[in-house]
Design a binder for this molecule. Structure first.
Ligand SMILES: [Zn+2]
Length: 93
């Protein structure tokens, strides 16, 4: 027997509808022009959106820079630093 209950705690989706600018929080009105970014982030103006885009790009670049520098220090550590040649005998007086 299968029971289908109407979920009473349904309705979380409404919370995702933004009615103000993501950057400066200026509220939208019925005649407001809305500039969307990445499909679900609204901005009141192209300037606000552009700032968010630049912020995201800077964040991406930082992430990539970090990855590159981490890789670099790894190869530095891997460089041979041993002076002992294999086969040579060490005499201690
Ligand atoms: Zn704005």
């Amino acid at each position: 027997m299968f029971f289908y209950n109407d979920c009473e705690e349904h309705g979380g989706q409404e919370a995702f509808v933004l009615n103000s600018c993501y950057l400066c929080a200026r509220p939208f009105f019925d005649d407001s022009e809305i500039f969307m970014y990445r499909g679900d982030t609204p901005f009141c103006s192209d300037d606000c959106r552009q700032e968010q885009i630049e912020f995201d790009e800077a964040k991406e670049k930082k992430k990539q820079k970090k990855l590159v520098s981490m890789r670099k220090s790894d190869s530095d550590q891997a460089s041979p630093s041993s002076d002992v040649r294999p086969g040579s005998s060490i005499q201690v007086a």
